[in-house]
Design a protein around this ligand. Sequence first.
Ligand code: ZN
Length: 152
Amino acid sequence: MEKEIKVAPIKNGTVVDHIPAGRALDVFKILGIESPAKEEISTTMNARSKKMERKDLIMIENRELSADETDKIALIAPQATINIIENSEVIVKHRVELPKEIEGIIRCANSNCISNAEKEPIASKFITISNNPPTFRCDYCGWIIKNVVACI
Ligand SMILES: [Zn+2]
């Protein structure tokens, strides 16, 4: 894989580009895509990139990712770009945006945190304190999360 990989011509769907190398599977996980057989998915891993040393890229056919979904991708790949493809043409291209506050997606790693209480469970809430590397602080207990994938 020595060449810059061009966006493969899927007819309709979403291409997520500029994922840090090795994180494509984490992107699937955060999108809740458990069984790739359900959707038409292809992955290019460890491709050469002009912007980054190495990158991963995923293509999801016949599905347009929503803004909520692309925000989730930002939790692990803040440099990712989203390309929405219709009839083999890129109709929308944008970068993901890391939300300032994240509710209910990240599980606090502090087992004593009130957001982990079994009685009267409350939704977790995290504040983004750094974009690179993505780092989040629990709004309830102050716990710092760097490895989001372990906490979703
Ligand atoms: Zn907490």
